[in-house]
Design a protein around this ligand. Structure first.
Ligand SMILES: Cc1cc2nc3c(=O)[nH]c(=O)nc-3n(C[C@H](O)[C@H](O)[C@H](O)COP(=O)(O)O)c2cc1C
Ligand SMILES: [Mn+2]
Length: 522
């Protein structure tokens, strides 16, 4: 049963004992972060287990009547509840069902496929006339400061909207993209638009620029190069001729959980996140037209911001305490001008904080890993399992086990990962044999370090790195490391004998188990 909106989701959290309400007054400046951070790090403490409960703050200083929801995805239990599954592996199994389809051989085969086609129909978004997000429409008199937006950390550049679904349209295909890119609130009506340059929203923006430049008098190539140097954030070279024009953007805040989660998944660029949300919730996402821009937004949103970014306007965004555990310094990003706000009556403001792990986003990231494993295997079939340890903050460390069948395969896998969507920015990749449990970091440490001759087995390469990497020699560009920790083969030039692992024989184990009490050890 799909959650119809954020409120039904909150009731479900409540019923499952996963929500705590805070009625004491709290300050959206820093205080909510400190409370939420403590809860996120409770570990096994309390009745909630790792990740603590979701929190609903009902008395926010300076915002009488407003409610703030945070940590809604912050545990494995809540991720499962959000996606309505008993195990996260149900989703990859459902994806596999589609991938396992063979072309039908005869009439009976075709008949068998009919239910699946009906299934597929459930995933496409549906346009509806109106919805809860239109209860209040404000075209003139509004301010972003009316909402209880947090300042998360002391050295943050201000208040940030941290859990938005940013909707744009590809000027080439008309396909829509939904991505979570934080919005630094500059004043009542403008924010930063922090789409990093490798992200889909940034690509739509660059495409819009290329088009405008081509319309103008400049040589299209020169203009395009100028604009690309300037566009999509991370741009410290704000030079070149300006291209006048706008790109429309809509932002949904506080949707049902499957829709929200879909805007953080690293979907291939040509797949609309609205379809992914439909697949996850097994029910179409309902969309309504915006008031002032030619875009559609989830009808169930608590809050919708409509507006545009100017193609020739960049402004310093940040600093922002990020999920790396460090502040991301200021950098130039486009500016989002809000032209209209629509919202539900008494909207619930849904947000998150990032910082030193583990935090809410760690659990979202873990769910992404599980769901995407079968999709990774489409390109790199020898992959057995993958682990991105939480402290590796997604882009710093990936551990993969593979079924090795030919010499040099571990290096082929590294290169495959560095060519795979958002995994391109992975800083370190450890490749191990299939018998290593990558989820067990003690086992990984033991096997990786025993198995390598560092100079022979470590490979460096240059390429795009995560925008949040503060150590790379240049922003967005630097080196990566791959470690081939598989057992080396003679065909890879390793001619020494490879030792056996120590394992006790079954008979002795059985005998000791049988006699265990005799030894009076416990
Ligand atoms: C809480 C949270 C905040 C995020 N903030 C940003 C951000 O400010 N900028 C960004 O480029 N990506 C951010 N991301 C990651 C993107 O949402 C993610 O890469 C997504 O897949 C991008 O979608 P796209 O491929 O359609 O661009 C954030 C993710 C989470 C979970
Ligand atoms: Mn996308």
């Amino acid at each position: 049963m799909a959650y119809s909106d954020l409120r039904e989701w909150i009731s479900a959290l409540d019923k499952a004992g996963e929500l705590e309400r805070v009625r004491a007054e709290v300050d959206p400046i820093l205080e909510i972060t400190e409370i939420t951070d403590r809860v996120s790090k409770w570990g096994q403490r309390g009745k909630h287990g790792p990740g603590g409960p979701a929190l609903l703050f009902e008395n926010v200083k300076g915002h009488a009547g407003a409610k703030v929801l945070i940590n809604q995805f912050g545990s494995e239990r809540r991720m499962k509840l959000a996606l309505d599954v008993d195990s996260l592996d149900e989703i990859p199994a459902r994806i596999k069902m589609f991938m396992d389809v063979k072309s039908p051989q005869g009439f009976l085969d075709k008949l068998k496929m009919l239910p699946m086609l009906t299934e597929v129909g459930k995933y496409f978004p549906k346009e509806v006339e109106t919805g809860p997000c239109k209860e209040v429409i404000k075209k003139g008199d509004f301010s972003l400061f009316d909402f209880p937006i947090l300042q998360c950390w002391p050295k943050d550049g201000g208040r940030f909207i941290t859990l938005p679904s940013v909707i744009t349209k590809d000027p080439r295909t008309g396909k829509r993209n939904v991505g979570t890119y934080r919005l630094h609130v500059y004043d009542e009506r403008t924010t930063g638009m922090h789409w990093q340059r490798q992200k889909q929203g940034a690509e739509h923006y660059r495409e819009q620029m290329r088009r405008k430049a081509a319309e103008g008098a400049q040589h299209p190539l020169t203009a395009a190069l100028d604009m690309m140097a300037r566009s999509g954030g991370g741009s410290r070279v704000a030079e070149g001729k300006q291209v006048a024009g706008r790109m429309e953007v809509a932002v949904a805040i506080g949707t049902d959980p499957a829709m929200m989660f879909s805007s953080i998944v690293p979907a291939p660029p040509d797949i609309e996140e609205f379809i992914i949300a439909g697949f996850l919730r097994q029910k179409p996402v309902e969309l309504v037209k915006c008031e002032t821009v030619d875009l559609e937004v989830p009808a169930n949103s608590e809050i919708v911001l409509e507006g545009y970014v100017e193609l020739d306007e960049l402004k310093m965004e940040g600093p922002f305490g990020d999920h790396t555990g460090f502040y991301t310094p200021e950098d130039l990003y486009p500016v989002f001008h809000v032209t209209c706000i629509t919202h539900r009556k008494d909207p619930i403001y849904s947000t998150t904080i990032v910082g030193k792990p583990p935090m809410e986003d760690a659990w979202m990231g873990k769910a992404v890993q599980r769901i995407f494993l079968p999709l990774m295997r489409l390109s790199i079939p020898e992959i057995v399992d993958v682990n991105l340890p939480i402290e590796g903050v997604f882009h710093n460390l990936m551990i993969v086990s593979i079924k090795k069948s030919y010499p040099g395969q571990a290096r082929k896998v590294m290169n495959g990962i560095w060519a795979l969507g958002q995994a391109m920015s992975t800083k370190c990749i450890l490749v191990v044999d299939e018998d290593v449990n990558v989820q067990d970091l003690a086992e990984v440490t033991l096997k990786v370090l025993n198995n390598i001759d560092p100079e022979r087995d470590i490979q460096f390469t240059m390429g795009p790195v995560d925008s949040l990497d503060h150590a790379s020699r240049l922003p967005d560009y630097g080196s990566k490391m791959g470690v081939d920790a598989t057992r080396k083969w003679p065909s890879e030039g390793f001619t020494r004998p490879w030792p056996d692992e120590i394992v006790m024989d079954a008979e002795t184990k059985e005998r000791v188990t049988r006699r265990w009490k005799e030894f009076r050890l416990e």
